[in-house]
Write a protein that binds this ligand. Structure first.
Ligand code: SF4
Length: 105
C-alpha cells in the first residue's frame, strides 16, 4: 500500500480503518508490506504469474475483505487489493450499481 491520495474525507476515514485493522495483525502477516512491488504491478489487469501470486497472497491476509472493500470504493484502477484486480473491482462496482457488466477496461 504505497500510493496514497485522499480524494474525500470518506476515503481518509476508510484508509484509517483499514490501517487500524492491519496494525492489529502480527508483524509480517500482511504480505503486501513484505513485497509491495508484487501488489502494485504496472498492469494488474493482464494475467501473469505475478498477478496470480499477489491474489494468492491476499487469500492468507487477515484484512482481505476490508482491503477489497476499500479498493472497490477508492482504488479502482491500480494494483491488487484484497485479492482483486482493477478489472474485477470495476466489474463489482458495475454490478453493485445494478448495471449490466460490459467488460470495462
Ligand atoms: S489483502 Fe492483500 S493488498 Fe490487502 S492488505 Fe492484505 S496483502 Fe495487502
Amino acid at each position: 500500500m504505497t500510493r496514497i491520495r485522499w480524494n474525500t474525507a470518506e476515503q481518509s476515514r476508510d484508509w484509517r480503518s483499514l490501517n487500524e485493522a492491519i496494525d492489529l495483525l502480527p508483524y509480517g502477516d500482511v504480505p503486501c508490506q513484505n513485497d509491495p512491488d508484487l501488489f502494485f504491478l504496472e498492469d494488474a489487469s493482464s494475467p501473469s504469474a505475478s498477478l496470480r501470486a499477489a491474489k494468492l497472497a491476499c487469500d492468507g491476509c487477515g484484512v482481505k475483505e476490508l482491503c477489497a472493500e476499500y479498493a472497490i470504493k477508492h482504488e479502482p484502477d491500480y494494483g491488487v487489493w484484497g485479492g482483486t484486480t482493477p478489472r474485477e473491482r470495476r466489474m463489482l462496482l458495475i454490478e453493485r450499481k445494478g448495471e449490466a457488466p460490459n467488460d470495462p477496461r
